[in-house]
Design a binder for this molecule. Structure first.
Ligand code: GLY
Length: 312
């Protein structure tokens, strides 16, 4: 089949000043992932490549640029899932590695376990040869400012990013179906500004932040973690698709359902196993992009779709 890859750069009250950086960043990321598929690579490597591109980019709340906990530290989380055999890898409370998604991928391929946290994730990563980076090197000026703003208003959990401010960044994710019809999903985050030390959100929890099944499709979510995990948002979308609801409707229904039940916002990107696309967010904005049939589609506002030719 024609391969397809979609990414998101986080849902939230994204301020005007962040729009350009996010739209540029999701286009770079979708190309990085789609190039892997175009060159015959598999869905799992493609979603990792797309997420790595966003973990490098300060415009997103993942890797460098992650938001800070109450102690002013980065504590990152990531998960990845392979739809062929439902195998998963996830990490949480990662402080001193540049690419948590790559460690999660290694957990999937090389560990008998599914989710490793904190010291255990670090020991595993070191054993597999991942280099540490100084934790301060992951902290951006915008993330420091976002924590300062949070400490002033103290309104935890309105979005991943707090109230409208320059720290307005978001969780990232990617979903792909490769030429062999295999589905994979990856999601990575710094969590929420002002979170408690040791707080774990939806992103590393399979069925909440990430889900992939070759028989149905794949979903990556973003938004208010405590709500997403209570609603098992990724799997709620998959379940609707299993009951023959199309990808677009399933994404919309589940995100709206979560928001009306739990009164917090979220967003999700979805692909069916046939490559049908679902994009929906109940927050003010969410950046997203996908490549299908040599065209790159992208947007950040509700009902906005830009397109441009894709060339590798
Ligand atoms: N959705 C990211 C988080 O709440 O941690």
């Amino acid at each position: 089949m024609q391969p397809i890859l979609i990414v998101h750069g986080g849902a939230g009250d994204i301020p005007q000043s962040r729009i350009k950086g996010k739209l540029d960043g999701v286009r770079v990321a979708v190309r990085a992932g789609y190039d892997v598929l175009k060159n015959g690579g598999n869905a799992l490597d493609a979603v990792e490549a797309a997420v790595v591109a966003m973990e490098k980019d300060e415009n997103f709340n993942a890797g460098y640029g992650s938001v800070l906990n109450l102690r002013g530290e980065v504590e990152m989380e990531a998960s990845i899932m392979r739809g062929e055999d439902l195998n998963v890898g996830a990490v949480t409370l990662v402080k001193d590695f540049a690419h948590p998604i790559s460690i999660a991928h290694k957990v999937l391929t090389d560990s008998p376990h599914s989710l490793l946290g904190g010291e255990g994730a670090k020991l595993f990563a070191l054993d597999k040869g991942f280099p540490t980076v100084p934790p301060e090197s992951l902290i951006s000026e915008n993330a420091k400012q976002a924590l300062k703003d949070f400490l002033k208003h103290g309104e935890f959990g309105r979005t991943e990013i707090g109230i409208m401010d320059e720290g307005g960044v978001g969780t990232v994710g990617a979903v792909a179906v490769d030429a062999n019809g295999h589905v994979a999903v990856a999601t990575s985050t710094g969590g929420m500004s002002g979170k408690a030390v040791g707080r774990i959100g939806d992103t590393p929890q399979i069925g909440s932040g990430t889900y992939a099944d070759d028989k149905i499709g794949g979903v990556s979510t973003t938004g208010h973690g405590e709500s997403i995990l209570k609603y098992c948002l990724a799997h709620s979308i998959i379940k609707l698709m299993e009951d023959n609801v199309d990808a677009d409707t399933a994404t919309k229904e589940a995100v709206k359902g979560m928001t009306s039940r739990l009164n917090n916002t979220a967003g999700a990107i979805t692909l069916s196993k046939n490559g049908d696309v679902g994009v929906y967010f109940s927050s003010k904005r969410m950046s997203w992009a996908y490549v299908k049939n040599n065209t790159l589609f992208y947007g950040i506002e509700h009902d906005q779709v830009f397109e441009e030719p894709y060339s590798s």
